[in-house]
Design a protein around this ligand. Structure first.
Ligand code: NI
Length: 366
């Protein structure tokens, strides 16, 4: 089965996220800083407007020679001196998903594999995968998320707060000049730098965490919560939830909520679907677990690393009353995002906005 990158989001919607077989033996320094704006990831032209977080890759224009490895399951064991390991592409994979898995960026994968912008991703294809400084350990077998240390009953059969049915919230009208900064895909290496900048400017933000990463970083989650930030649910492993059945979606959300609850003493009441890919069934599960579905109306596209200035401009110029601004603290090198916090806060305040958490924003709009 051949999967052109232009269609992988759709394919991911039909197939469960692929498992990883890899031995990550060393890490490769992720070159950034003076890097020019990303040119390898074209903006999505897909009609699904909600999926702006990680756009689809350009459609394939060139066929690939049919010299794919016979055994897609075989992991590669590189000498410890190699700055990368290999990952075998499986059905449903996207570059974005693989980048998330290895805590790197699409750009880094493109660069490391010398992929052309119009290249395609084939099932069975071997990809070199770098490992960012903050990469969480990746299991060498099919990904079975570690079982939560407590049963799920407190979350699923307790009395979660009443969550009103209604459309997904991407902006809160009538918020009295308030806006919210949100950070997705952590906790990761840049999280502390971002927290430091937020503290310096006396701002509380909302962090949509990936459960699998949060499970290994409970102490940091607790510190974030204690500092007044809101910890929210961004699924267990950043799968496209539209491709999972209801029970799988429930586990993705419930396990993550449990990890957050264990770390902070409080189960999250807001949730953001990976890639913004949502449907009514997912919203229903979230609601059953006491969470509202929150997306965004201002996309800074910071994950493409367009330069700190561009991230600042997107956030400050794009904000309106009640805006929910999308940024990332995970998923790759987020130095530009961390550097953008101070100027974003200053710019928003200059425009008269008050920066609050998402729950505060939602409450203000009522
Ligand atoms: Ni995300």
């Amino acid at each position: 089965m051949q999967v052109a990158r232009g269609t992988t989001l759709a394919v991911a919607g039909l197939l469960t996220a692929a498992a990883v077989t890899a031995a990550v033996v060393a890490r490769r320094r992720d070159v950034d800083g003076g890097e020019p704006p990303a040119t390898t990831t074209a903006p999505s032209t897909a009609p699904r407007a909600a999926r702006t977080e990680e756009p689809a890759q350009p459609a394939a224009v060139e066929p690939r020679p049919a010299e794919k490895p016979a055994s897609p399951e075989a992991p590669s064991a590189n000498p410890a001196s190699d700055p990368w390991s290999e990952y075998t592409v499986r059905p449903g994979d996207t570059l974005s998903a693989i980048a998330h898995r290895f805590d790197t960026s699409v750009d880094a994968l493109v660069e490391l594999n010398s992929l052309a912008a119009a290249d395609r991703l084939d099932v069975g294809q071997r990809l070199r995968v770098p490992r960012a400084a903050d990469a969480v350990p990746v299991t060498a077998t099919d990904e079975q998320p570690p079982a939560p240390t407590r049963p799920l009953e407190p979350l699923v059969s307790g009395s979660p707060p009443e969550v009103p049915a209604g459309p997904v919230i991407n902006r809160v009208a009538g918020a009295g000049g308030r806006v919210a900064l949100t950070f997705d895909d952590g906790p990761a290496a840049a999280t502390d730098a971002i927290l430091g900048a937020l503290t310096q400017h006396d701002v509380r933000a909302t962090f949509f965490v990936v459960g699998r990463q949060a499970a290994r970083d409970g102490a940091r989650l607790a510190r974030m919560h204690d500092a007044g930030h809101v910890i929210a649910n961004h699924s267990w492993d950043h799968s496209d939830l539209t491709g999972l059945d209801t029970e799988q979606v429930r586990r993705q959300l419930a396990d993550t909520s449990l990890v957050i609850q264990q770390a902070t003493g409080r189960a999250p009441d807001i949730f953001r679907p990976p890639y913004g890919a949502r449907n009514e069934r997912i919203d229903d599960v979230a609601r059953q677990l006491g969470m509202r579905d929150i997306t965004w109306d201002v996309d800074t596209r910071d994950w493409t690393r367009p330069g700190t200035e561009a991230v600042v401009r997107a956030a400050v110029d794009g904000a309106r009353d009640g805006s929910i601004i999308l940024l990332h603290d995970g998923g790759g090198d987020r130095n530009q995002t961390a550097a953008a916090i101070g100027p974003i806060v200053a710019g928003l305040r200059e425009r008269g906005f008050q920066i609050v958490t998402v729950p505060e924003l939602v409450a203000a709009g009522r």
